[in-house]
Design a protein around this ligand. Structure first.
Ligand code: ZN
Length: 336
């Protein structure tokens, strides 16, 4: 994951960093750089240099910024789903770190209640530096019922000098009681020109437009595709490869991602068959004679699978099954 803050988020970081609000909720639909923004606000809020703080980015040179960069800041708590914590290097809560290290259980894709309970103690501490303590929690929709209720208690009685920066990629799924305790900043969608030039500055050169489309217009997600080795050619060839039953085209991907990609192909083929505009692929990349009814059935089956795709299935078997299911759904409508 990129730690670079996109240009259009810098002014947002500046205004949130100097705000006095006790809790912010940064909301956007899908990945719009919420975590990068929340971390930038946290770093700037904790920075000892006033000018840097007002600019919305830490100075990078003071003791606070140094501890932040080492991910060991005593006045900062970053709470993520365990899988994301492991991916980004932010430390897990102690007991969780032990369990995962000893392989007692798999890292969770939810925000577990133990991580939120640890917050209660953190909130009672006096800040070790000159600034208020900061809690970053990303993304709120990964709280389960128990951990959301624990968070509510903390938001109601935040203890001493603690600021909360919460994020969400799916605001409609949050408890109204959590939302009502925060000021909400809804991220604006950047213009295509802004996102293309930002992607180019990140090293995504001639494939920027295609990957942006592949990511449904979300620049952070487009950058993640690039970093995962996708390019325009591989992307545009994907629907035809799946229709031909080419399991290899997906075999290096984690299962939730496979399901997400098949959902995109399914969505776009359905749109095309109904005379609409595909969203993720160019029309010429998609089968045009598929059967609407079979596609609708496939869409339902994929939704069911998506709900369980985090679980440890036998991945190769599941991949074979998903690709044959896709192949059946994408064949021409006169084939029986
Ligand atoms: Zn600093």
């Amino acid at each position: 994951m990129s730690s670079t803050l996109a240009d259009w988020l810098k002014p947002v970081s500046a205004s949130l960093s100097v705000s006095q609000a006790h809790a912010w909720l940064i909301a956007g639909s899908g990945a719009q750089g919420q975590l990068e923004l929340a971390l930038a606000v946290a770093k700037a809020s904790l920075c000892h240099d006033d000018a840097a703080r007002q600019s919305g980015q830490g100075c990078g040179a003071c003791p606070s910024c140094h501890q932040f960069d080492l991910k060991t800041h005593a006045d900062l708590k970053v709470i993520l789903p365990e899988v994301l914590g492991l991916e980004t290097g932010w430390p897990l809560e102690n007991a969780a770190a032990r369990d995962v290290e000893k392989k007692k259980r798999k890292p969770s894709s939810e925000i577990r209640i133990d991580a939120v309970r640890e917050l209660l103690a953190f909130c009672q501490l006096t800040p070790s530096g000159p600034r208020d303590k900061v809690v970053v929690l990303h993304p709120c929709e990964r709280l389960n019922t128990a951990s959301a209720n624990a968070l509510l208690k903390t938001l109601e009685e935040p203890g001493e000098r603690t600021r909360f920066i919460l994020t969400t990629q799916a605001e409609s799924r949050l408890l109204p009681t959590v939302k009502s305790r925060c000021l909400i900043h809804r991220l604006a969608v950047p213009s295509p020109d802004q996102t293309l030039s930002w992607l180019q500055a990140q090293g995504v050169e001639h494939d920027a437009a295609a990957l942006l489309r592949a990511a449904g217009g979300q620049p952070e997600a487009a950058l993640a595709l690039h970093q995962a080795g996708w390019n325009a050619q591989r992307w545009s060839g994907l629907p035809k490869a799946i229709r031909a039953g080419d399991v290899q085209a997906l075999s290096d991907l984690p299962m939730p991602e496979v399901v997400g990609l098949l959902q995109k192909i399914c969505h776009d083929t359905l749109a095309l068959v109904h005379g609409g505009e595909p969203r993720f692929f160019a029309p010429q990349d998609l089968p045009t004679k598929a059967h609407a009814w079979r596609l609708a059935q496939w869409a339902r089956a994929l939704n069911d699978t998506a709900r369980h795709a985090q679980h440890p299935y036998h991945a190769p078997l599941m991949l074979d099954a998903l690709v044959s299911q896709a192949q059946r759904a994408l064949q021409d409508s006169h084939v029986h």
